[in-house]
Design a protein around this ligand. Sequence first.
Ligand code: WT7
Length: 647
Amino acid sequence: MSEQTLSNLMQENRRFEPPADLAANANVKEEAYARADADREAFWAAAAERLDWGRKWDQVLDWTNPPFAKWFVGGTLNASVNCVDRHVEAGNGDKVAIHWVGEPDDDARDITYAQLKDEVSRAANALTELGVRKGDRVAIYMPMIPEVVVAMLACARLGAPHTVVFGGFSADALASRITDCEAHVVITADGGYRRGAASALKPAVDEAVAKTGDLVRSVLVVRRTGQDVDWDDSRDVWWHDAVDSASAEHEPEMHDSEHPLYVMYTSGTTGKPKGILHTTGGYLTGTSYTHWSVFDLKDDDVYWCTADVGWVTGHSYMAYGPLANGATQVMYEGTPEKGRWWKIVQDYKVSIFYTAPTAIRTFMKQGREIPDGYDMSSLRLLGSVGEPINPEAYVWYREVIGGDRCPVVDTWWQTETGQIMISPLPGVTAGKPGSAMKALPGIAADVVDDDAKSVGNGNGGYLVLKEPWPAMLRTLWGDDQRFKDTYWSRWPGLYFAGDGAKLDEDGDIWLLGRVDDVMNVSGHRLSTTEIESALVSHPKVAEAAVVGAADETTGQAVCAFVILRDSAGDGGEDIVEELRRHVAKEIGAIAKPRQIMVVPELPKTRSGKIMRRLLKDVAEHREVGDVTTLADSTVMDLIKGKEGSAS
Ligand code: WT7
């Protein structure tokens, strides 16, 4: 974010007080901050009481071997029982858990908690039949259909950690995740619906499985679109054969509080994605408590989080948090299209809505006439996540979608944190457009300088977390050293989030984006290095440098600079398209560069480090900054000379 934008932000002085009735009846009041400060562990222990435990814990937190935390030590529980069975036992079996809305019109179904319990039990029995045992990893590559939630909960029930891979990722990306966590079983579908058409998933699984040797034993396939699929009888099993015929009785085992729940891969600053490990008791405590407090969840709310289940938001705030709370929620298969979302809000009387700034900015561009055509008076609270929300988008969201009556909670967190960390409390905080405000009760955040000193109000620096929290990642799958190096080595005892932030005069936090080589495109994390390696793996490319450039809709966009090999000549007319397709094939369509420039040289320091800052200037059409540390100061002229020919 430029200094200009930053100072504009700091001049933002609009405030939105909580609505009086919401404040009066809020789940969490002001006192929670002081209570948590007085005794953080007692605060989280009280939050853990929200769950059903098989055996209660002996110790709330074991932090004797940092950065390896253990929460609710000695306790046992089952995540799937907490998300499903206990609501049925409490007499809420007929309550709708999921209003599922398919992409094709009129393709919808409601699933009650009782039905969900039967389905999860059947799936757990079917997975057992396929040889899945406690501790085994299961990969899930599915569209947004109810079966994906059933599959996750069935794995959790068995204590088999799942790794959900976003359906937009390539076969290669799927293969590397299957290999990294050694999954023997993959759950998928023939395809899903995207933008009005059936889009295949099974072929990518076939390709991925072929790349992983004989690792994968079984592929369980949901029939969603009915499209033709290749079939390997020795390995492939239809969901409707295996699951529908299985018993709806399944006796759950209580797992240790620290038993692995899932692994979620996310991009880091190197080429290799990191397997973020979340465990059971602390994760479920952190997600259910924050879902209840930040969204002020009430019994009759209809909640809708628009995230795909392939990302952490889909795990914490579509699957585990809301279901642990017994909420009724909407799950939608498709992507945002014109009025479709608002029709869903109207039809299902959605009261709490959680989405990303990139979607809000897209709707802003389309104009308010579209949402104005729907009755959205059921809404009472709006949430935002994934990237900084600019004040204009915040105010538009509040006014146009929220009818100027709904508070907006801008929630900062990460795949690693598992749970929301910094956010307004809707019944307490007077929100400032563009600020995530302050750390939630029980969370200790600060902004520090290079020497780990608090910057104090009015200053900027790095966002850090100072105390362990229940849903924190426990390690990186199979790589304790990288876990320490990445998050805990910069300053002793502090978790380094990778984000820049500023404290305003009131001490409220303004997030300023990543300070490492990680880009944020439409709220999704992409690594510059990973895309560079994908480009360099193309036979025509000698070298590549990638930067995230500011983009009005997606926040940042991928911009690549490549040097071709001599043997490739000028690369041919379609070189740019060819390289964009190559990146999509290697990583997935979301990683496709917006722009690729073929250049004769890259700007490097005398020690050979690429100066991405200068490339960013070019990509953002700015005057190129200080070039004095370049080994060859004429390089930027050569690159600027190419700018006209960029696509
Ligand atoms: C990164 C984490 C959290 C689930 C979705 C993304 C950025 C996230 C905000 C926010 C400013 C935000 C940060 C963070 N981010 N939420 N409310 N304001 N920035 O999860 O892929 O793990 O990415 O997203 O840069 O580090 P993720």
